[in-house]
Design a protein around this ligand. Sequence first.
Ligand code: ADP
Ligand code: TPP
Ligand code: MG
Length: 308
Amino acid sequence: MSRESAFIAMMRAIASGPAARGLLDDAAVIELGGEALILTHDMMAEGIHWLPHASPADVAWKLVAANLSDLAAKGAEPLGLLLGYSLSDAQWDMGFAAGLHDAVGHFDVPLLGGDSVGDAGGRILGMTAIGRASYRPVPARSGAQAGDILYVTGWLGDAKAGFDLENGADEGGCSDAGRLRRAFKRPAPRLSDGRALAPLVTAMMDVSDGLLIDAQRMAAASNLQLTIDLAHVPLSPDYVSLYGDNTDSRIEAASWGDDYQLLFALPNSVEPPVAAVKLGQFDSGQGLKLTDNGTATALPARLGFEHG
Ligand SMILES: Nc1ncnc2c1ncn2[C@@H]1O[C@H](COP(=O)(O)OP(=O)(O)O)[C@@H](O)[C@H]1O
Ligand SMILES: Cc1ncc(C[n+]2csc(CCOP(=O)(O)OP(=O)(O)O)c2C)c(N)n1
Ligand SMILES: [Mg+2]
């Protein structure tokens, strides 16, 4: 067990109310009369979530996007943001403020407040995003049913490719390295897809730590077995131009993380109303199984990103 999951397990014993959803979901859900408030908090730290030479404006953008992605996963409409900020040098602070200004304008979500601290011993940021549910019951990770199909929006692995390029990797034959870099630095939360999907899905979450680990969490929360076919993992042509299309490159795309796509379950009879690919199927039983073009294959040792 990672230090992160051990710590969350301790928090689970404290977070006993129904709004916390057993700390088994992307966000808390507070039912208020005929409405539901959705609340999520994400932290980012230099060296862990962004490279030391990253632009502070990009860091601000990603902090907003990662938080809004958890709202998207619950089909929510953003209402506001609160920022936790460790003061840095004046130039970094100004760059961050400029990026935050751009991001709140782009996503049309107000900054409501926050708190700042000096000399924190490193750049560590926190953000709370508050949203309003567009559909109730608010989709959970735990609602998938045996026989449901698992889908994912967009491509997986582009953020990993963008990270490698930002870290100095050769662009090789990649035709749109800028798009890959943006996928890593300025991910796009799937807010409108989330709202379109919320009335139809039996379960939904975003993919932040990696498809395999996040899908395993959905299967565990739903108390089902889930089989994913590696051949169905959606790779972009740009990703394939850098890493090829083979078992290793598919496993990397399915386990590196930072994708911020939506992962969701639908009954077999329901077609998704947004662009998405089928990854696999839920069955009665437990655990994550992997196939490659229909043939059973071993799970990799590492399913995704975990802190500690
Ligand atoms: N330090 C913490 N204190 C309380 N709850 C936490 C803490 N860290 C994570 N959680 C909770 O654990 C669950 C899983 O968190 P996480 O995997 O980070 O979700 P996500 O990837 O969607 O942001 C969520 O319910 C989250 O609120
Ligand atoms: C410098 C750097 N190294 C590695 C990564 C890869 N990475 C760091 S955290 C993470 C997963 C998402 O972060 P987390 O804090 O777990 O977000 P949450 O799942 O809570 O939304 C990934 C893929 C990165 N973004 N930046
Ligand atoms: Mg999430």
